[in-house]
Design a protein around this ligand. Structure first.
Ligand code: ISL
Ligand code: CA
Length: 529
């Protein structure tokens, strides 16, 4: 019943910001290769690689212009082969990003489709008239194309036209490219916005604040059929797994995706816990509520057989800045790491999380790269929102918060590049960087390593049931039980000391305690057995 992907820890690499090997300011595959040993030392068993395919980078690689080649910024197919080779010798599996809701408008299919060249004419979604749908990136979902003299649908940016899954030829193309990468030796896919690829109808949607039209494409029956088809005709032939990035899902939909017959996805990323501070007020002040957060986690932990657990990725803000406290950076990073690795499911660590990296320290819009941030700013400007409010909102929501380059050491630009980084490195690299943490056995990195090893040797953490035990304003306690043995996980989400009634043998502690008197220090976490 349990497979290797249930038992390994995943590390997400955002290649552009990971490690630059040739001084052009952009992270690349050789940079990844040079750091693989350290990931192995940390205890990582799977790497999820954000897109490295050819792309004009309107959305940093999530707009693919050629699925079969590597963007020259990142290297060549030989570099990719070398990465797969080295990863194999270290017993690290590589999972690629599969972005198939849309391509780039510079993809050959789209170039031909806009000129009505067969068989590409209906590869995308064309109409004489736009409907009222809005995109994920704060703009209209339709753009007029002068060449074809029709509108095309794009649920994301203008340069990301949606593929037409009513056309069987499109699915054949997707199967072909999946097989290409599986034959190369990748061990699966992280499937980008995989529950919106099938649009049932193109009628106007009910007017909503966000995503007008979504009732016509969120988790449709036709979507399930496509995923089942990919499972039966492609994925079943390989020793691989899929993790779906699924937007606006409930556990019921999660079960349809992961627990049906055939299984469509092996696990999914849900967003509910990440939305517990998504309230208007959050744009102006810290608005984290542990109760809401823990409730969302417990709901998913208890309703799904298996979850893809995460606190950070390339679209989110940094967990320390968001759920912890930068003033207690290392303490909260360890506490959040302990929590992540103690939940039931496959843990996903995003680059930099293992050293407690924080949100960006930028001061103005010009320093941001992300297309979503720029679109949101333009949208708010249209409604005459003053610039200081716009900036305050972007600081709290921008995806660039976690895209700042990885902080390797104390050298210029945190050792990320010998040139000019494509996105500014956070100035706190002097205090938060991997090299200093490798030299300090009490660091966040060493704590992650210890915690991963603990998890790998604990059948209770790997296979046990989850049950929430207590949640107060600042304290979150859950237990994991397997074959009548129980571990209690105690987490202090505040800088206040907390007195609890818990006793027990200390199995692991962020403060290296050996005995426990019931009192938790600021942002302390402990596992009792
Ligand atoms: O990041 C978001 C909000 O800030 C989400 O709306 C995000 O756009 C959504 O989760 C889809 O994300 C994925 O697909 C996008 C890409 O920009 C993201 O980086 C990717 O993770 C389009 O391919
Ligand atoms: Ca480079």
């Amino acid at each position: 019943m349990y497979k290797w992907w249930h038992e390994r820890v995943v590390y997400q690499i955002y290649p552009r910001s990971f490690k630059d090997s040739n001084g052009d300011g952009i992270g690349d595959i050789q940079g990844i290769i040079s750091e693989l040993d350290k990931l192995k030392a940390l205890g990582i068993g799977i790497i999820w690689l954000s897109p490295v395919y050819c792309s004009p980078n309107a959305d940093n690689g999530y707009d693919i212009s050629d699925y079969y080649n590597i963007h020259p910024d990142y290297g060549s197919m030989d570099d990719m082969d070398a990465l797969l080779e080295k990863a194999k010798t270290l017993d690290i599996k590589i999972v690629m990003d599969l972005v198939i809701n849309h391509t780039s408008d510079e993809h050959e299919w789209f170039e031909k489709s806009r000129q009505r060249v067969e068989p590409y004419t209906d590869y995308y979604i064309w109409q004489d008239q736009a409907n009222n749908w809005t995109s994920f990136f704060a703009e209209d979902a339709w753009t007029y194309d002068e060449v074809r003299q029709q509108y095309y649908l794009h649920l994301f940016a203008k340069k990301q036209p949606d593929l037409n899954y009513h056309n069987p030829l499109v699915l054949e193309e997707i199967k072909k490219l999946m097989i290409f990468w599986l034959e190369k030796g990748v061990s699966g896919f992280r499937c980008d916005v995989i529950n919106v690829i099938y649009k049932t109808s193109l009628e106007d949607g009910k007017k909503k604040l966000i995503l007008t039209g979504s009732e016509h494409y969120l988790s449709q029956e036709g979507n399930h059929e496509i995923l089942q088809n990919l499972r039966e005709t492609v994925l079943n032939n390989y020793d691989c797994f899929t993790v779906g990035e699924t937007v606006f899902v409930t556990p019921e939909i999660g079960k349809e995706l992961c627990e049906g017959d055939p299984v469509e996805m092996d696990m999914i990323f849900s967003f509910e816990h990440m939305e517990t501070d998504q309230y208007f007020v959050k744009y102006f002040k810290r608005n984290f509520s542990l109760k809401r957060f823990a409730r969302a986690i417990s709901k998913w932990q208890t309703s799904m057989f298996w979850n893809a657990n995460y606190l950070e990725n390339h679209d989110q803000r940094r967990a320390v800045s968001r759920f912890g406290d930068e003033a207690y950076g290392f303490e909260s990073a360890k506490m959040l790491g302990l929590m992540l690795l103690a939940l039931r499911g496959t843990p996903y660590i995003y680059q930099g999380q293992e050293i407690g990296m924080t949100n960006f320290d930028y001061e103005q819009l010009e320093e941001l790269d992300d297309i979503e941030s720029h679109n949101v700013d333009a949208f708010l400007k249209k409604y005459h929102i003053p610039s200081r409010f716009r900036w305050s909102m972007l600081q709290r929501t921008s995806r660039d918060n976690c895209r700042t380059p990885m902080q390797w050491n104390r050298q210029l630009h945190g050792g990320f590049t010998s040139g000019q980084p494509w996105l500014k490195v956070n100035d706190n690299y002097q205090t938060i960087n991997l090299e200093s943490q490798l030299n300090d056995t009490d660091s966040v990195w060493h704590f992650y390593k210890k915690m991963i090893a603990f998890r790998q040797n604990s059948p209770i953490l790997l296979y046990g049931d989850y049950e929430e035990d207590q949640v107060t304003k600042n304290l979150y306690v859950f237990k994991r039980t397997y074959k009548h043995r129980t571990l209690y996980i105690l987490l202090n989400f505040s800088k206040k000391k907390i007195k609890t009634n818990y006793k027990g043998q200390v199995k692991l502690s962020t403060l290296n305690r050996t005995t426990f008197d019931g009192k938790l220090d600021a942002f302390e976490a402990i596992i009792l057995g």
